[in-house]
Design a protein. Structure first.
Length: 659
């Protein structure tokens, strides 16, 4: 299920589901640890005139959206039978670890009514079901959930706080959960419980005909009860409405920092661009780690989530952020990379947000021989993205500080990790993490990275290294065109594998192969080989279904439900095609295919502005993780590239404000 709203500050990430309920609550990193997740959810309910209803019971019409150009929700829930409408505006305070909900309850009937609003908290602290405690603290009139150094404090502001409460067991010893206690309109007042627990608070609202009342609900999170209470005192003293306004204003200023003109692009595209920037930023931690997705309901192969730092995804996200003017976030990412890179100069498959090694299915042994369990494109992409960062930021001091530990270390590895016979990089896993071999995309990325390394070396006066890296890059370029191009079919191979004197060719059409040739400058966009290869690739991978879009490669079975298509359409793959058309454009009319594919992405975003990894080829419904940081990154990059090209063609002035 897509997480339609994602709110964060680099330490806390809160994700809301299609009912506007809290489904994920991460702390102390976005992506690590999820203190809700699994089958748990923070439920919201209403009791009025003897009737009770939870927002997720199917009786509500709910529209989950976001407030324009800022990191805040805009949720409307209506129940015509109950005569109740509820509106939510939610934020995570950008300065402190506080989640606040502004809730407006409306009575749509023409009579006086007493309404009880219930908030249920279902925590799974530190992602284990054992040893949680929840209790009512009468000193501050709050509910506290804690385990060790993870504390969550719940409170409301409407007169003197909440009117009733209860704490109990959830899903153990035959107990459904304390939320059931609310369904008769009265909470029992049980004050403490431990184990697998939940809590409920209730607030009574007296509503006159056609009137409404506003309350504020919040959760503070800290590493001790005292610190959580101090955050609660901050909310009470400063007032939650002021914190909400301050947070909204901060993100409005952030998202509009570069003041793009968006020439020729309509409001839906502009809105998704700004929302994409925010969705990327919610997945960036204070320590620079950038996770792929906070969507806890997306189990990859039923074994794991997307809550990791893939250097690949994160590098593309860093490129989008730096091109949008956020050099702080991208700089912190590169420092994160410098901290986790191996002594040999490569990145492992993926990492936890706290810099520890993530889970993997890439072995150290293949066919009885030792191998590196890596995707070399990830090492290359970080270096490539770092050069983009320097070109825009001109932060030479930062580059000098990480030259030896990141740039030189990774470049030396890529120079050495090559086949003596072909000159190509040695085998590694492809960017899709599925196949081991020598891949066109990976080889192209290594070429681009070594060109960047040569520029860095030249910049710092390291002449010998500059020559070494540049020469290696040119050798790889020649080898790509010699060994990875299929002249007969006029396409680039997906990969090759060399066993002694035998070369096995994988002729699968893969969008990454031709995109890599273009993206990293192996061939210019006008080269006839590249133009034909792109044309042939698009013909094979464009979906002729109702949803349309571009698949990753032929025979892609990941979440595919039909055999008569190459694979599901991916946002990333489709944006890559748009980027190539931008490069080819010589006038404004040539941008029509670009607008077509950009509009396709807008069409398949959720109402709240969330882009998934892929979509169903027939229904267009979201498939796999949503939001996917990489999808939003490619959308942002595509729009900025479009604006840059218009400016270079003289079609508009100052389309792209960064100089």
């Amino acid at each position: 299920m897509s997480k339609l709203v994602n709110l964060g500050n680099g330490r806390v990430l809160v994700c809301l589901d299609k009912f506007g309920q809290v489904k994920d609550f991460y702390f102390h990193y976005a992506g690590q640890e999820n203190h809700v997740g699994e089958k748990l959810v923070h439920k919201v309910g209403i009791f009025v005139e003897g009737n009770f209803s939870w927002l997720d019971d199917g009786s509500w019409d709910i529209e989950v959206g976001t407030e324009k150009d800022t990191m805040a929700s805009n949720i409307k829930a209506q129940n015509s039978n109950l005569g109740i409408e509820i509106n939510f505006s939610d934020i995570v305070y950008n300065e402190k670890n506080i989640f606040i909900r502004e809730v407006v309850v409306k009575n749509t009937f023409d009579r006086n009514r007493k309404v009880k609003l219930y908030f249920n908290q279902q925590f799974n602290i530190a992602q284990t079901h054992i040893g949680d405690t929840a209790y009512f603290d009468p000193r501050d009139n709050v509910i506290i959930h804690y385990k060790g150094r993870r504390v969550f404090l719940v409170n409301v502001m409407e007169k003197e706080g909440f009117d009733e409460y209860s704490v109990g067991l959830l899903g153990i010893e035959g107990k459904d959960g304390t939320y059931r206690d609310a369904e008769d309109g009265e909470l029992s007042g049980n004050a403490i419980e431990h184990g697998q627990v939940d809590s409920v608070i209730g607030i009574q609202l007296n509503l006159s005909p056609k009137s409404e009342k506003q309350i504020h609900y919040w959760i503070t999170v800290a590493k001790s009860i005292d610190k959580a209470k101090r955050l609660n005192e901050l909310v009470v003293s400063r007032k939650p409405a002021d914190i909400i306004l301050s947070t909204k204003n901060y993100w409005r200023a952030w998202v509009k920092n570069q003041n793009f003109t968006f020439y020729g692009l309509g409001p839906p595209i502009v809105d998704l661009f700004n929302r994409s920037l925010i969705n990327i930023r919610t997945h960036v931690n204070r320590n620079g780690s950038i996770i792929a997705s906070g969507d806890s309901e997306m189990l990859q192969f039923g074994r794991d989530y997307y809550e990791y730092v893939w250097p690949r995804d994160a590098a593309f996200a860093a490129i989008a952020l730096e091109r949008a003017g956020d050099f702080n976030a991208s700089k912190r990412f590169f420092q994160f990379c410098a901290d986790v890179i191996s002594d040999e100069g490569y990145f492992m498959h993926k990492y936890m947000p706290d810099r520890s090694l993530g889970s993997s299915w890439h072995p150290w042994v293949g066919n009885g021989k030792k191998q590196f369990p890596i995707q070399e494109d990830e090492t290359a992409l970080v270096l490539y993205a770092l050069w983009q960062h320097y070109v825009l930021s001109k932060d030479l001091e930062f580059i000098e500080s990480i030259y030896n530990c990141l740039i030189k270390k990774s470049a030396e590895f890529m120079v050495k990790y090559r086949d003596d016979k072909t000159g190509l990089p040695k085998p590694s896993y492809d960017l899709w993490e599925m196949y081991y071999g020598v891949h066109t995309f990976t080889s192209s990325a290594v070429y681009g990275a070594l060109i960047a390394a040569g520029k860095f070396a030249g910049l710092l006066g390291k002449v010998k290294s500059e020559k070494n890296y540049t020469n290696a890059a040119e050798e790889i370029k020649k080898a790509i065109l010699k060994h990875l191009y299929d002249a007969k079919r006029e396409v680039f191979y997906k990969n090759i594998s060399v066993d002694g004197k035998k070369v096995k060719v994988d002729e699968t059409i893969d969008i990454s192969s031709v995109y890599g040739i273009f993206k990293f400058g192996v061939l210019p966009e006008t080269d006839i080989k590249l133009k034909k290869a792109f044309k042939n690739t698009i013909e094979r991978l464009e979906l002729k279904t109702r949803a349309g879009g571009i698949a990753r490669f032929e025979g892609d079975i990941y979440h595919r439900h039909a055999a008569d298509i190459p694979g599901n359409p991916w946002i990333v793959a489709t944006m890559w095609v748009a980027q190539y058309y931008i490069a080819l454009a010589k006038n404004e009319a040539d941008m029509e295919p670009v607008k077509k594919w950009v509009s396709w992405a807008v069409k398949h975003a959720s109402f709240s502005g969330v882009l998934p990894e892929q979509v169903d080829p027939y229904t267009g419904e979201h498939v796999s993780a949503a939001p996917l940081t990489w999808s939003h990154a490619e959308f942002v990059t595509t729009i900025i590239t479009y604006l840059e090209k218009l400016e270079s063609l003289g079609i508009c002035e100052a389309c792209y404000p960064i100089t």
